[in-house]
Design a protein around this ligand. Structure first.
Ligand code: NAD
Length: 479
């Protein structure tokens, strides 16, 4: 039997094909070859999933947070037991190096543990009354069935950042996971099923994304939307949700600025940022993209960055020593090609890479562009691929102005030896997350989210669960 499974829908506790028997092929990005199939849902299947989530919500909200947490922690332990097999599935369908897939599964298990316990801490308040004998309190109640839409770049952790929060809060769900990388989110969901999650609480579907989101968001059963993906699609889904007065969590694109001052530890900055830039072939919403390096350290940083980038081992993610795997799909290959050609045509210098590697699979060389003009498309559009832009600055004011120029604000990075510069980066860069002199983003217990076009809401930390809870105020007096 192949180690890559075909994927079905999970509706009301049953794994099944779509009622129209439609399916799609799944490809291995390292070879371009078909490795499996995924079942696609029809409107009749969506109706069944919605009914199951409606029923599942009644069961799950009536389950105590302690019991919910026990089921969730069991699912986390099952993930840990199955980590190697699931990591291989991630790499086969998505392309990233196997070591990164192992981390993805481990982080998913930790995220489930954290939100299992957050559910137990969903405290209300007792509010001091104006009159004697009055008790005023707030209760935190699960908002209701959630529709979640998750992307292909981190098929397990992008799904778990929605599933763990919703289940911890006591919500049921219909999750539309990515058709291009369907089997690893299905393995995640299987861990919950095997841990004893009641049927209908978590339903998993695949299909035509626009049809499914339109259908689910309009359904009166769904009370909350969570989406991770591009700004364009996020705005569309938020407007659909707005027409229905439904709350959203939106985790959208970024174009992360990196400010490197001349007094920073340049060697550490270059090494750390190369590995972070090319992680998952740059298909990461918090990927460092627009580097601004202070003039006096520009040549030193740039030369090291290019040297380390050029030495990365490119190969199939399933090989243990691969550092840079293929892009996940051929759309990204074309998009990256076009962005680089445009930048070079506008005067940017190509320092390394800039080309596809081989004819099989969707490999692209680690690419560094320098002296890129602001008018280049890549200075304004999220590249979502293995390309770094290295530009220079002379005053910190200019660097911060450039960091804030774009309508994105997800992640930002700073490298500096100066406390004052570090303070200004933290206070003045318009971003949801700022990491200075180390990599410290995306832990289960810390906030994860953006500002401006990068979306709203958090997918980490104690802020995250609030978006899945209603606050009810109850006041009473003794008769
Ligand atoms: P895309 O915009 O078509 O799709 C992005 C994701 O949204 C996919 O998972 C897709 O299935 C889903 N999607 C698309 N239309 C939808 C709809 N109407 N309803 C519900 N879901 C929908 O593009 P793509 O080629 O897959 O990716 C391109 C861009 O998307 C990237 O360049 C990047 O900017 C962004 N993206 C961001 C993230 C992230 O982590 N924030 C993840 C994946 C893609």
């Amino acid at each position: 039997m192949s180690e890559y499974p075909n994927t079905q829908l999970l509706i009301a506790g049953d794994w099944c094909d779509g009622s129209g028997n439609r399916e799609m092929p799944v490809h291995n990005p390292a070879s371009g070859m078909e490795i499996g199939r995924v079942a696609l849902a029809e409107p009749a299947d969506l109706d069944r999933a919605l009914a199951a989530a409606d029923q599942g919500f009644r069961v799950w909200r009536a389950t105590s947070p302690l019991t919910r947490a026990k089921v969730m922690r069991r699912a986390a332990d099952l993930l840990r037991e199955r980590a190697e097999a699931i990591a291989r599935v991630i790499t086969l369908e998505q392309g990233k190096p196997i070591a990164q897939s192992r981390i993805e599964v481990a982080v998913a298990a930790d995220t489930i543990d954290w939100f299992a316990d957050e559910g137990r801490r969903a405290y209300g308040q007792i509010i001091p009354p104006r009159l004697p004998g009055v008790i005023q309190m707030t209760m935190k109640l699960p908002i209701g069935p959630v529709a979640a839409f998750t992307p292909w770049n981190f098929p397990v952790t992008q799904s778990v950042r929605k599933i763990a929060i919703a289940l911890g809060a006591g919500c049921s769900m219909v999750v539309k996971a990515p058709e291009e990388t369907p089997a690893s989110p299905a393995a995640l969901v299987t861990a919950f099923v095997d841990a004893g999650l009641p049927a209908g609480v978590l339903n998993l579907i695949y299909g035509v994304p626009a049809q499914i989101s339109d259908y689910l968001i309009k359904s009166p059963i769904i009370r909350k939307i969570s989406f991770t993906g591009s700004v364009e699609v996020g705005k569309h889904l938020a407007s659909l949700a707005g027409q229905q007065m439904k709350r959203c969590t939106m985790e959208l694109g970024g174009h992360a600025p990196v400010i490197v001052t001349a007094d920073a530890d340049i060697e550490k900055a270059a090494q750390t940022m190369v590995m972070h830039k090319f992680r998952n072939a740059g298909q990461v919403c918090v990927s460092p993209t627009r580097f601004m390096i202070e003039e006096a350290a520009y040549d030193q940083f740039t030369d090291r960055f290019v040297e380390i980038s050029s030495g990365l081992r490119i190969g199939a993610g399933i090989e243990e020593d691969t550092q840079l795997g293929p892009l996940s799909n051929s759309r990204r290959l074309d998009a990256i090609d076009e962005l680089i050609a445009d930048a070079v045509a506008q005067g940017a210098t190509l320092r390394c890479g800039g080309r596809r590697v081989g004819n099989e699979g969707w490999f692209f060389a680690p690419t560094v562009l320098s002296e890129v003009p602001l008018s280049a498309r890549i200075m304004n559009e999220e590249p979502f691929g293995p390309v770094a832009i290295l530009n220079r600055f002379t005053s910190l004011d200019d660097a911060i102005t450039e960091a804030n120029r774009l309508p994105f604000g997800l992640a930002a990075y700073g490298w500096t030896g100066s406390d004052q510069a570090a303070y200004r980066m933290g206070a003045e860069v318009e971003t949801g997350m700022m990491s200075i002199n180390h990599l410290g983003l995306a832990l289960p217990e810390t906030p994860f989210g953006g500002v401006k076009n990068s979306g709203y809401g958090s997918e980490g930390g104690s802020e995250a669960m609030e978006a899945y809870l209603d606050t009810r105020f109850v006041t009473r007096t003794f008769a």
